[in-house]
Design a binder for this molecule. Structure first.
Ligand code: NAD
Length: 339
């Protein structure tokens, strides 16, 4: 790989599964500097302060310094954790992301938000610091499960809805999505769209909020199921982030229609497409729990003075950030999942 910087040594922070699947990938990049590989166990629970301390200590013990480079090799969990470690070690050393999930490629590895979880709260401690480079290689898509592909595909649908009607028209009719259906040009468009927005608003003061479309209500669904999983002592998450956000987009499209921005026809089209892929998520969700989801909406960190803040659509391909909606309307939006 061509590098502008000439690092004295390189630390690869790698997801253990990815290392097992692609043991020789790093060798093919042709680095000249000595390489240390630090393997990280997969799972959201490892995006933790304990793991960060383990990595900082290893960097110290191996005399990493400001002339060294960190490469994060894995999905969003690794780029979030590795980016956090790199941007705090010695007040920040350069890092590169090599995302290996579709979600990582089009979202998590791009845009400079790095974070760990604390006490079960997601991304509560973090930094904003851009990677030197994001290396996109669609080779990694081949080993993803259909669910992992769908997770990233949800995010791709989001980019299409907020910024590219042609992309929406191209991808809305795909049947079952397989990794070979995902075109590199779609990924590249999503990455450059996000990079453009981040360039204008790195610190999330305004424009960047459009990337949150689907996320206020999606996070509420995600948080509801995370709490349910904890109560039922499950060791895994029954509802992933990508799937929850896809449902969030149905609800926030409904609100866009309800508040007079989006046409009914556009809302119904979005609802049909998204529920075709993501309705499974809510099959175990009793409508009696709607109030609980609304309560989670009220906890969202984008809210202002306790008012629920969402990004709306004006049309397919055009978004509008920072609209406030009532609790009653949120409850009505949740019902749109049960058509
Ligand atoms: N920083 C951001 O802007 C941002 C944006 C979106 C999401 N995120 C974060 O990203 C994380 C989710 O990322 P993710 O969806 O990439 O999941 P992940 O990184 O947790 O990986 C999911 C699973 O896929 C496996 N995996 C990774 N690459 C693989 C491959 N090529 N083949 C087979 N298996 C593979 C992993 O081992 C893991 O078991 C969350 O922590 C979320 O908070 C961050």
């Amino acid at each position: 790989m061509e590098l502008k910087l000439k690092p004295n040594k390189i630390a690869i922070i790698a997801d253990q599964n990815v290392l097992q699947l692609f043991p020789y990938y790093i060798d093919t990049l042709g680095f000249e500097a000595p390489i240390h590989i630090f393997s990280v166990l997969p799972g959201e629970q490892n995006k933790s302060i304990e793991e960060a301390v383990y990595l900082w200590q290893n960097l110290m013990e191996n005399h990493f310094d400001k002339r060294s480079l960190i490469i994060n090799f894995g999905g969003g969990m690794v780029s979030d954790l590795g980016g956090f470690v790199a941007s705090t070690y010695q007040r920040g050393i350069p890092f590169i992301n090599i995302p290996t999930t579709l979600l990582g490629m089009i979202d998590a590895a791009v845009g400079g938000k790095n974070a760990i979880n604390l006490n079960g709260v997601k991304n509560v401690v973090g930094t904003v610091s851009l990677p030197e480079k994001v290396v996109i290689d669609t080779l990694f898509l081949k080993t993803l499960s259909p669910l992992q592909i769908l997770d990233g595909f949800g995010e791709m649908l989001k980019y299409a809805l907020i910024g590219n009607i042609s992309l929406w028209n191209e991808i809305k009719g795909l049947g079952t999505i397989k990794s070979q259906d995902i075109k590199k040009e779609w990924i590249d468009w999503c990455v450059s769209f996000k990079e453009k927005i981040v360039q204008e608003d790195l610190y999330d003061k305004g424009l960047r909020h459009i990337l949150n479309f689907g996320h206020t209500m999606g996070h509420a669904i995600e948080a509801y199921f995370m709490q349910k999983d904890r109560d039922e002592k499950k060791s895994f998450h029954t509802v992933s982030h990508g799937h929850a956000v896809a449902l969030g987009m149905v609800m926030e499209s409904y609100l866009s229609y309800h508040y007079g921005l989006l046409s009914q026809a556009a809302f119904e089209e979005i609802q049909t497409v998204l529920l075709r892929y993501y309705k499974n998520v809510i099959k175990n969700f009793p409508a009696s729990q709607i109030k609980k989801i609304v309560e989670f909406c009220l906890l969202d960190k984008k809210n202002v003075n306790g008012r629920i803040n969402i990004t709306m659509l004006e049309s397919i391909g055009k978004s509008s950030p920072n609209h406030f909606v009532s609790e009653e309307d949120c409850a009505e939006a949740i019902k749109q999942l049960f058509v």
